[in-house]
Design a binder for this molecule. Structure first.
Ligand code: ZN
Length: 251
């Protein structure tokens, strides 16, 4: 489930279950905002959209860090004394410093937020099918525990809008690549003669395997392909479609 809210005429979405954690600021952008960091002629307009999103969440645009996203499970820690940056070769960011904005982008891939309200830590990741299969979400929690001093039972998490198990058809190459995931069969429901990949369950399972209690995990349950047009969908709109973003910070 998601809670939608407006700042001026700009609509955002957030996880209702995470609102109780007052040390966390987070939101997903919605259409028509296109916030990705692609380098093309529209890059300045999208940079302004990211800056506007930061201001709307009472963060400074100068605090924004984002992942360049290459579908590989590389994770970086961000500190408040680092200047705002694009993190190359990276699909996940985390911090224990307040006021540092972390962003990831998507058009069908789940964006995932992990927060430790006790220790004061937040992480975000882009869990594309490749990242999911590589165990990105679990690795992010592991980084928070190992380097951030977090305790898994304290963590709360949200799994964002993405192509859902209702629509996300994949071929055998994805199923074969996912062979190493625990309980892999359960993430590939058959729909008629087709095979779908349930990215929501696969990422929820990784969070639980890393020690996050199931009751602390909220899944938005919004399919970007069939669940309305608030969020961009590459599969629905094809090349050239925009990207929505998840922005999270410790306040
Ligand atoms: Zn769907």
């Amino acid at each position: 489930m998601l809670d939608y809210f407006l700042v001026a005429d700009r609509r955002y979405a957030r996880f209702p279950a995470l609102l109780a954690h007052t040390g966390l600021v987070h939101a997903f952008s919605t259409r028509p905002a296109d916030v990705s960091a692609r380098a093309d002629t529209n890059a300045p307009r999208r940079a302004e959209a990211r800056a506007q999103m930061a201001r709307d969440l009472r963060l400074t645009p100068e605090s924004l860090h984002h992942c360049a996203q290459v579908h590989q499970p590389r994770i970086e820690r961000v500190r408040s004394d680092q200047p705002a940056a694009a993190h190359a070769g990276c699909d996940a960011l985390w911090t224990t410093d307040r006021g540092v904005g972390l962003m990831v982008f998507s058009a069908d891939c789940p964006l995932i937020l992990v927060h430790d309200p006790r220790r004061g830590a937040v992480g975000v990741c882009h869990s594309s099918w490749r990242c999911t299969i590589a165990g990105m979400t679990r690795l992010l929690v592991d980084a928070l525990v190992r380097e951030g001093g977090c305790n898994p039972p304290d963590l709360v998490a949200g799994i964002g809008p993405s192509a859902g198990p209702c629509c996300y058809e994949v071929k055998d190459d994805v199923r074969i690549a996912a062979g190493a995931l625990p309980d892999a069969d359960s993430f590939f429901p058959r729909v008629g003669d087709r095979m779908h990949f349930d990215l929501w369950s696969a990422n929820a399972a990784q969070l639980q395997q890393a020690g996050v209690p199931a009751s602390n995990i909220e899944t938005a349950g919004v399919c970007t392909m069939c669940g309305g047009d608030a969020f961009y969908s590459f599969r629905r709109e094809k090349a050239g479609c925009g990207h929505f973003g998840l922005l999270a910070a410790l306040s």
